[in-house]
Design a protein around this ligand. Structure first.
Ligand code: SF4
Length: 372
């Protein structure tokens, strides 16, 4: 079977042609049917040309040439945090942290909505004094004034508010939903392996807790994203295992809207002192391509993060199974604190230009992937 392999070398897009041998053809059909196993994934990871080709073919079959993005705003409402994540450069440890007042939050929402935002993404540190009523209050005040999708509070924040409020997590999720919560970010997943978590984020919820909170949210009708933090101390096997855990959840609940690989940023954090090199472009490409291949056909949206990768790499990543570029953000403090140089805001015009220049078709979407 003859196939076109579309890949990038430096900044140039290259089309190569090659013959797919029989054993790869068999594996290709396994992938198409969603029957790939961990051994297959490892095999593909060691044959990147085939991996990249299959990822691109699946992306074309599932999403065509459309590349989506959402107009949103990030609001990091506090950097005061009792957490101890070793990769974090965002939390304030010297008693000089901030907590935005509700009026400051509302004025940021107003500015965003006036600039066309359809989503407000709210996350913050684990503030020691905040309880469920405070988190619900933020949502209620926004919802009473604006018609906007609220994408807020990671599973770690949900666990934190449950502890602070002495409430079970399902009750917390119900209260947030009643307040107007529309979806949650699937952050705090990092690597879903407790031996890795013990090193990089010892105080964070364990793998089973993350999975339980996410599944409970999905069961209550609260969709979420799914993420991976890659490029630090984890092994290839642990990355693949993480992807299979996400796949198993999605097969059960169908509640993930997209999968988002997040590259570890080494600056200004404790873990960065031990991680001696940054992942290369090709290593990042393999993570995105593996996500497309392993999650097929259960999760059809694979996002690349312009904040983590920068504009050149994020554009090139479109050739490796990616069909979404996330949000305009307008404000992003967390990655910037770890050394991201990509800036704080991508306008819709910037997105459209970047996607068009890659030979693809830009489409604006809602948080839940309705085309607008
Ligand atoms: S990543 Fe989040 S939970 Fe962890 S220390 Fe930083 S702000 Fe706190």
């Amino acid at each position: 079977m003859e196939n076109n392999l579309c890949c990038t070398e430096g900044q140039t897009f290259v089309i190569r042609t090659f013959d797919m041998k029989e054993d790869f053809e068999e594996l290709y059909w396994k992938v198409c049917k969603g029957e790939i196993d961990k051994a297959d994934a490892l095999f593909l990871a060691s044959h990147p040309s085939y991996l990249f080709c299959i990822a691109d073919e699946l992306r074309k079959a599932e999403k065509g040439d459309a590349v989506t993005y959402v107009v949103n705003r990030n609001i990091n409402f506090t950097n005061i945090c009792v957490g101890d994540c070793k990769f974090c450069a965002f939390r304030e440890e010297n008693g000089e942290g901030y907590l935005l007042s509700i009026d400051m939050v509302l004025s940021k929402v107003e500015e965003a909505v006036n600039n066309g935002a359809t989503e407000i993404c709210i996350q913050g540190g684990l503030h020691p004094d905040l309880v469920v009523a405070d988190y619900c209050g933020i949502i209620e005040r926004i919802k009473s004034a604006f018609d906007v999708h609220i994408h807020a509070y990671s599973p770690m924040e949900i666990c934190h508010m449950a502890t602070n409020s002495e409430m079970p997590e399902p009750e917390v999720l119900k209260a947030l939903k009643d307040a107007g919560l529309d979806s949650i970010p699937g952050t705090a997943a990092e690597i879903l392996d407790d031996s890795v978590r013990e090193v990089i984020c010892p105080g964070k919820i364990k793998t089973d807790d993350w999975i339980e909170i996410i599944k409970t949210a999905h069961r209550l009708g609260i969709p979420s994203t799914a993420t991976i933090l890659y490029g630090h101390i984890e092994s290839l096997e642990e990355r693949i295992d993480h992807l299979f855990k996400i796949r198993a959840i999605q097969k059960e609940t169908g509640g993930f809207t997209e999968f988002v690989p997040l590259k570890f940023m080494r600056k200004n954090n404790e873990l960065g002192r031990f991680v001696t090199r940054e992942f290369t472009f090709w290593e990042s490409a393999a993570v995105h391509a593996l996500a497309r291949v392993i999650l097929h056909p259960y999760c059809v949206n694979v996002q690349a993060s312009w904040v983590k990768l920068g504009l050149t790499e994020v554009q090139q990543m479109l050739a490796f199974g990616v069909n979404d570029l996330g949000g305009t953000l307008m404000e992003e403090s967390i990655s910037r604190a770890s050394g991201s140089l990509a800036g704080e805001y991508m306008s819709p015009e910037d997105f459209e230009q970047l996607i068009t220049d890659a030979g693809r078709r830009p489409r604006r979407r809602s948080t839940l992937y309705e085309l607008l």
